[in-house]
Design a protein around this ligand. Structure first.
Ligand SMILES: [Zn+2]
Length: 323
């Protein structure tokens, strides 16, 4: 009967270890996907501690990484109070604080250790899964989300757990994270925690003020970007640029200035910036913009197809060399 299951490889260092959380081994769990999309034939044996084994038995999922995530989520739930210690205290605060009474002193002594054990278990990454030396593909960590040294199975899981830990209504935190972006979880939590209150009206008002704040930041950023552009790109005085006529087409010195200041010296670069060009010159008149653009195209094409002319005869050759 032994050939009716497959065991994952267990590296020497990990003998007697739970693959899910790193606690001591108790028994292996035979995992069969449900639904079994890949038509796996035999249970895959995974070393478990007692607790993860009982979690596994209650979970029905279609893949190993989902099984791992569900087990982790159960650990998070079961040890929420222990994980909370790290939110409420730092190690130093806990050491310095004066608890009175035997029970509280006991708490002080064991609290940080409980926090660290819970943290290690939820963060534990197992070892890469292989069977008879052949890696098992498709087990991914990409959805994991880390905040404040703790791993969550994904952004939703993090939002749900952090809302709980910080006493913030989950839908509120969700909306704030959506507005500020997943990389700004600390900001989102701070914003939610310093909100006036969590009634529907208060949340609505806070979200409105956050939107206004973010819009203002975007505006400031684009002003900064424009200023930065002005500093970084070269500026060319209109009087040092020579207007010229090529193939009976006049090439405007304003168009040449625009190109020089953006380091545009090929037709391709001009094509890439076509929208920006028209946005800039159409303010005066579309006809002017079109005439300028047409002239600039002829000019840049001449420079590209006739390098000798560009190097020796172009009246603006020195300006292009400044790039
Ligand atoms: Zn375990």
């Amino acid at each position: 009967m032994t050939d009716h299951y497959q065991s994952i490889d267990v590296p020497f260092n990990y003998r007697h270890t739970c693959w899910f959380c790193g606690e001591p081994y108790f028994e292996s769990f035979g995992f069969m996907p449900s639904p079994n999309y890949e038509h796996q034939e035999h249970p895959l044996m995974l070393p478990c501690c007692q607790e993860c084994l009982s979690s596994c038995k209650s979970i029905k999922v279609s893949s190993l990484d989902l099984l791992r995530d569900r087990v982790k989520e159960q650990l998070h739930k079961r040890y929420a109070k222990h994980l909370q210690i790290g939110v409420n205290w730092t190690k130093e605060e806990l050491e310095d604080c004066e608890f009175e009474g035997k029970a509280l002193e006991g708490f002080r002594e064991s609290a940080w250790a409980m926090f660290e054990i819970a943290k290690e278990r939820v963060n534990y990454q197992g070892w890469p899964i292989s069977i008879d030396g052949i890696p098992v593909a498709g087990i991914t960590n990409v959805f994991q989300f880390e905040f404040d040294g703790i791993f969550y199975t994904g952004l939703n899981h993090a939002v749900q757990q952090l809302a709980l830990k910080y006493g913030i209504p989950q839908p509120y935190l969700e909306q704030v994270v959506e507005l500020v972006g997943r990389s700004k979880m600390a900001y989102a939590l701070r914003f939610c925690k310093t909100s006036y209150g969590y009634s529907d009206a208060q949340i609505k008002a806070s979200l409105e003020s956050l939107k206004a704040l973010l819009a203002e930041e975007v505006a400031n950023d684009s002003v900064a970007a424009v200023n930065k552009g002005a500093v970084l790109s070269r500026s060319f005085a209109i009087k040092e640029i020579k207007e010229l006529i090529l193939y009976r087409t006049q090439i405007s010195s304003y168009a040449i200035q625009w190109a020089l200041e953006r380091e545009i010296d090929t037709l391709q670069k001009l094509a890439d910036q076509e929208d920006a060009f028209f946005e800039h010159f159409s303010q005066d008149s579309e006809v002017v913009a079109f005439t300028y653009f047409n002239g600039l195209q002829i000019y840049l094409e001449k420079r590209e197809t006739d390098p000798q002319w560009a190097e020796q005869e172009d009246p603006n050759r020195e300006l292009f060399e400044r790039f």
